[in-house]
Design a protein around this ligand. Sequence first.
Ligand code: PMP
Length: 359
Amino acid sequence: MACCPGDARPLRKALADLPPYVPGARAPIGAAAFKLSSNENPYPPLPGVVAALADAAMDVNRYPDMYATELTEAIASSLGVDTDNVVTGNGSVAVLAHVLAAVCEAGDEVVMPWRSFEAYPIAVTLAGAVGVQVPLAPGGRLDLPALAAAVTPRTRVVLVCTPNNPTGPAVHADELDAFLAAVPQDVLVVLDEAYVEFVRDPQAADGLAALAAHPNVVLLRTFSKAYGLAGLRVGYAVARPRLVAGIRSASTPFGVSSLAQHAALVSLRSVDELMTRVDAIVAERDRMLAGLLAQGWEVPDSQANFVWLPLGDQASSFAADATRAGVLVRPFAGDGVRVSVGEPEATDLLLEVTGSFRR
Ligand code: PMP
């Protein structure tokens, strides 16, 4: 393509250093494989959701409701909070970007656990902030005392991913209480609860209770995982009204499509049916974990819809073996492999791969 004057202008320096967001592998067109690489819900949408999408399709010549009014009200009432405590966005990853845009000045520090959700360093850098990574504790757990100790006068935000993607454990209530007592009130604590519906650990922290007790907490949640709407991109934040208004000011106008709004609304109304599916995924997760432990693997507890294989240098070769067997997983080179929980047949196949990899 011919060069034009714009080509000579440098891009932002920050872009050169951004780690890439690596999407989970997809099966080549026409090939059959279980896709356990993106923490998706293996169930197709409910018939009522498909019907709502078909209805909403007739209106796509119009912009959506910019404030997602009906959906926002439904989310608020499902959580027992007020409507002005909730703001939606096109996926919780976008909501996180809007939170950071709303609160970070250039050069502010954002403390985060690492390894954690791979979008964090990207979002923080793009917000003009500086990421401070705090290593995980043994067992793939967040090290909350170390996260609190990493807070400096420059810190504006701490990211707390619970359950942690990609390792799986959830933060415990006593850990979160001590952490919130230690962190200054003017530091925003983002509790990323993308997988909260899969949590069964009785000691797990209650994000809504933390939010009620601490004005500097914001929750991030999503319809992508338990609700099975990853392809529609809808997530939300729950926080104090002033912060919610700030996040809304920083949001992409009309960011949640009318299709996504309708499908999410129907999903909220079908919560019992969807949570039965979540129970089945949790049972499948526990079967996968039990199978791995029986084979002698040392894997962290998982409270999400994935498990973590701490394979270190063997991560990529394991992923290649799994792909050959027809299971797509998400390797993090040199560190480990994340396997999402999908169909029972996929668990069986995965356990065959993990069994022969150890022999
Ligand atoms: N937070 C965490 C911890 C995640 O793992 C994900 C999805 N991979 C998200 C947020 C973003 O979800 P979405 O943008 O689909 O709502």
